[in-house]
Design a protein around this ligand. Structure first.
Ligand SMILES: [Zn+2]
Length: 423
């Protein structure tokens, strides 16, 4: 078998052409825009299917519109090793979020053909639709649809700017939305042995590390969120009311957030996995420079690999808020918390990735995924899943998202070695 250098050198051109072609197809005034269940997303899938035909892969689409391209294995009775990701993007996003995983999976198939390598079991490239929530407010539509886990109410969700529902968008691609809400998968899950999703990290951990450019994901963080927490105090004249008479909503909220930031650090020091974010904060209607604020509202987003950590930190938030209510004569009103369970990766499959990295001299670390991914949906349905992260620059979900092809090829190489060593 050719050395890893072989795939890295030869595959580079193949992968580059895919990235450049799809970028051209989906270029926006800034970055790229590939809306889920749009004509453009279908065109991109058509282009990628053409590449699959060149490799003589068996191609089919499921009833959620996801495309499966299979390189037949020597034993067709075995369930397949599946690799892939999503083809859509956020509006004016980067080209690599999602597409990197599809391109890596396809490059591995191309490499197998070039090497005349036939795996024991089928190797399947899975290209999913509509992972991003930015157009219809619903994430993982393609993978949830594939599992039959969309709700009829999801189909009524409307597009952020157009007069179009999610159901209409799905129908416009020649699909029946009713097929995707039955609670039953539209694919035969027993035919999938494993799913590996390669994805850009979208965070700074790998790219700030000079030596280790790829990682194996330890889990996908779940979250507890409040869309709106209101702190109510008392509006008053900023000059006329001394400190002891004030019920300043902003100062109370600031005290709460300061406390939570300190506690967060304590929890990190204890070894817990946790991130805590207040992304939106607003004073009330009557806010003005000379008015003691009587109202401030904010969002809360806390995430962890452990649902228990999230829940306990959430309880702590409520306790600290109650203390401040007593101390400062304010009131905190929390809306209904929204829960997303952490996504579990398969430890054995993840170990196979780490083993393949070790065996081939690929420096690799373990790290959590802060963002959600289709792999979590697929793993949630009982299929062993694992993820490879690749270093990328400038974050993600923005037009400046970057990824070095050198790093991409290291990750692709790791995927190849994992597939090759699977049986
Ligand atoms: Zn993604």
């Amino acid at each position: 078998m050719t050395s890893p250098k072989g795939l890295q050198a030869d595959g580079l051109k193949y992968a580059k052409t895919i990235f450049e072609t799809v970028r051209r197809m989906s270029a926006d005034t800034l970055g790229v825009t590939r809306q889920g269940y749009s004509a453009l997303e279908s065109d991109v899938l058509d282009y990628l299917q053409g590449l699959g035909r060149d490799l003589e892969l068996e191609i089919s689409a499921d009833r959620a519109g996801n495309v499966w391209m299979t390189l037949p294995g020597r034993d067709r009775s075995l369930p397949a090793f599946v690799a892939g990701s999503h083809v859509d993007s956020v509006p004016q996003g980067g080209n690599y979020d999602g597409l990197a995983g599809v391109t890596a999976a396809l490059t591995v198939a191309w490499w197998m053909r070039r090497q005349n390598f036939q795996p024991l079991r089928d190797y399947t490239v899975l290209m999913m639709r509509c992972e991003e929530s930015s157009f219809f407010g619903k994430a993982y539509v393609g993978s949830l649809g594939m599992m039959g886990l969309l709700k009829p109410s999801d189909m009524m969700l409307s597009h952020r700017t157009q007069n179009l529902t999610l159901g209409q968008a799905i129908s416009s691609c020649g699909l029946d939305p009713n097929d995707l809400t039955t609670g039953k998968p539209v694919v035969d899950l027993s035919r999938i042995a494993a799913f590996v999703e390669l994805h850009i990290e979208q965070g700074p951990t790998l790219t700030s590390n000079e030596d280790i450019r790829v990682g194996v994901v330890t889990g996908i963080r779940g979250n507890v969120r409040h869309k709106k927490v209101i702190c109510r105090g008392q509006t008053a004249h900023s000059g006329a009311v001394n400190k002891e008479f004030r019920h300043d909503a902003v100062m109370a909220a600031a005290a709460l957030l300061n406390t939570m930031e300190n506690r967060w650090q304590e929890w990190l020091d204890k070894g817990e996995d946790l991130v805590f974010t207040v992304g939106v904060i607003k004073t009330g209607e009557t806010a003005a420079i000379s008015v003691i604020p009587g109202e401030v509202s904010f969002t809360v987003d806390m995430r962890s690999l452990s649902a228990d950590t999230c829940e306990r930190f959430h309880t702590l938030l409520l306790e600290e808020a109650a203390k401040l209510e007593a101390e400062r004569g304010v009131r905190f009103e929390f809306d209904k918390p929204l829960y997303t369970a952490p996504g579990h990766v398969d430890p054995a499959l993840s170990d196979r990735l780490s083993d393949a990295a070790d065996a081939n001299g690929i420096p690799c670390m373990r790290l959590p995924s802060g963002a959600g991914h289709d792999a979590a949906v697929i793993g949630g349905c009982g299929i062993p899943v694992a993820m490879i992260f690749i270093a990328n620059q400038n974050g993600s979900h923005n037009p400046y998202e970057e990824m070095q092809m050198k790093d991409f090829m290291i990750g692709t190489d790791l995927l190849w070695h994992t597939v090759k060593a699977y049986d």
